[in-house]
Design a protein around this ligand. Structure first.
Ligand SMILES: [Zn+2]
Length: 496
């Protein structure tokens, strides 16, 4: 009787299951060639037609005109406001193939009946490939020769615009940016060990982001993902860059807001970066294992979101409301320091390929605030500065030209530009004096007013302040903003 019952259950589940049974291209070619954009395009279209919970949206096109797809999983058309909105996006870097392959494995996994309960609480969107042009050539950058994961402050490349416009459409609560890291450099070879982790997960580190979100990521999310992967025989550590330890410090990557992790984090999103281990050939070596590891890490985060959906919903909702009234000073200069702790780094020995763990003393997990700037009530941006106005438009920043009748303007006069080194990079550090004027004493109609009570307020401060290590003026095309002997063209407006 019970056997009959089991057989009936299996038959029944097969009947109601989505009938997507296509073998993925990577398996079909015996893991010798990765999935092309054309193949990916036909897979997502088939998923759309065969699965009731899937809806595919074309969110933009690459420089060369290839479609960028978001595969949306939802039981009610992505319209239920109470659902947790989760977005994963992969392969901003075209030579990190396992992100895309892992995303496709994940999609196949998610339409199985046993996983559909996830969408009782989650509306999930998966962008398997942000950079199709780079992927076709197995190259990091897009067809304009730009690193897309350094373009999230300017948001100028069509691929990055596609991701940000899509994010804004649904205001996702959780985001994950999927990458690969390459451990096989000459320096590490000489050191005698390679980093071993199949997967590294990076949490937010910029000190302008909600402390509560950072703490939650550290204490709740990281242990869950670690446990999930270890119990499935994948090695894992929290994302670290730098090293070898005797040459360079280890830190949890950059505080810069121009990447997929911190840019969404700055809006108080529960945001992460995932780094799978690449192959020695930077292409298909070990691609089966790499793709499976990526898909498992992604699945782990989805399960975490399902389990803790109420807690995450409340946290994000609360922290996003906070932003609108948070006029606390913004940290514009910062760096990484040691806090007395050591890092246990899983490695593989170069000589005998044995796995071991080394304890790293040269470890700088602590981000210290080195310079904070009080927020003005608004910035005044010259209407004639097409670059700065373009920046605001790319971000969909709110601005207007109703000049207030009262209040003061602070104008920075750049007296001198020194050099400063932070995060291992040198940049110009201006010495400045502040000239204060009544708003009625300047040619105010030549300026747009950019009020700061909006979600991107801290991004605006970081972008506009001349002393900001992450500011616009550090980008080549914005270089003219900052010139010794001149006034900085963007003014600060203070009420009263
Ligand atoms: Zn990458």
């Amino acid at each position: 009787m019970s056997i009959i019952k089991i057989i009936l259950t299996i038959l029944f589940s097969l009947l109601i299951s989505d009938t997507f049974a296509q073998t993925l291209p990577l398996e079909l070619n015996n893991f010798q060639t990765v999935t092309s954009h054309k193949q990916l395009s036909s897979i997502v279209k088939e998923l759309d037609s065969k699965s009731e919970i899937i809806n595919v949206e074309e969110i933009g096109k690459s420089v060369e005109g290839r479609e960028i797809f978001a595969v949306k999983f939802s039981k009610d058309g992505f319209n239920d406001k109470s659902k947790l909105k989760v977005l994963f996006f992969a392969q901003q870097h075209g030579n990190e193939q396992s992100g895309k392959e892992g995303a496709l494995i994940l999609a196949k996994e998610l339409i199985k009946n046993e996983n559909k309960f996830l969408f009782d609480r989650i509306d999930f969107a998966l962008i398997p490939q942000v950079n199709p042009d780079g992927s076709e050539l197995n190259k990091r950058r897009n067809s304009n020769g730009l690193d897309l994961n350094r373009n999230h402050l300017l948001i100028e490349e069509p691929e990055v615009q596609a991701v940000h416009n899509f994010f804004a459409k649904y205001n996702f609560d959780v985001t994950l940016d999927v990458h690969e890291y390459y451990p096989y450099s000459e320096e590490w070879k000489e050191f005698g060990y390679y980093k071993r982790a199949d997967e590294q997960l990076g949490i937010l580190t910029n000190p302008n982001i909600s402390e509560k979100i950072i703490k939650y990521s550290k204490e709740k999310v990281l242990p869950f993902i670690s446990e999930w992967l270890h119990s499935r025989n994948f090695s894992f550590n929290e994302y670290v860059v730098g090293g070898p330890p005797n040459i360079e410090r280890l830190r949890h990557s950059t505080v810069d807001i121009n990447d997929g992790r911190q840019s969404f984090g700055m809006l108080n999103t529960l945001s992460f970066i995932l780094e799978g281990k690449n192959g020695k050939d930077y292409y298909v070596e070990n691609i089966k294992h790499r793709s499976e590891a990526q898909s498992q890490a992604m699945l782990a985060l989805l399960f975490f979101c399902y389990k803790n959906y109420d807690e995450i919903n409340k946290l994000i909702e609360h922290e996003r409301k906070e932003i609108l009234s948070d006029n606390s000073p913004v940290v514009v200069q910062m760096d990484h320091f040691n806090d007395g702790s050591k890092f246990n780094l899983p490695v593989t020995s170069v000589s005998d390929e044995k796995d071991t763990v080394i304890q790293v003393d040269n470890y700088n997990p602590l981000v210290k605030k080195l310079l904070e700037i009080p927020q003005p009530d608004a910035y005044l941006v010259p209407k004639a500065s097409s670059l700065s106005v373009g920046f605001m438009n790319n971000h969909k920043i709110f601005y207007h030209d109703q000049t207030p009748e009262l209040g003061n303007v602070e104008i920075y006069n750049i007296t001198k530009i020194d050099s400063i080194e932070l995060e291992g990079e040198k940049f110009g550090n201006p010495e400045l004096s502040i000239v204060e004027k009544k708003i009625t004493d300047i040619d105010a109609e030549k300026y747009y007013i950019v009020p700061l009570n909006q979600p991107k307020r801290k991004i605006l401060v970081l972008a506009f302040e001349p002393q900001s290590m992450l500011g616009l003026r550090n980008y080549e095309k914005f270089k003219k903003l900052l010139q010794a002997g001149f006034d900085y063209p963007i003014f600060r407006y203070i009420k009263d």
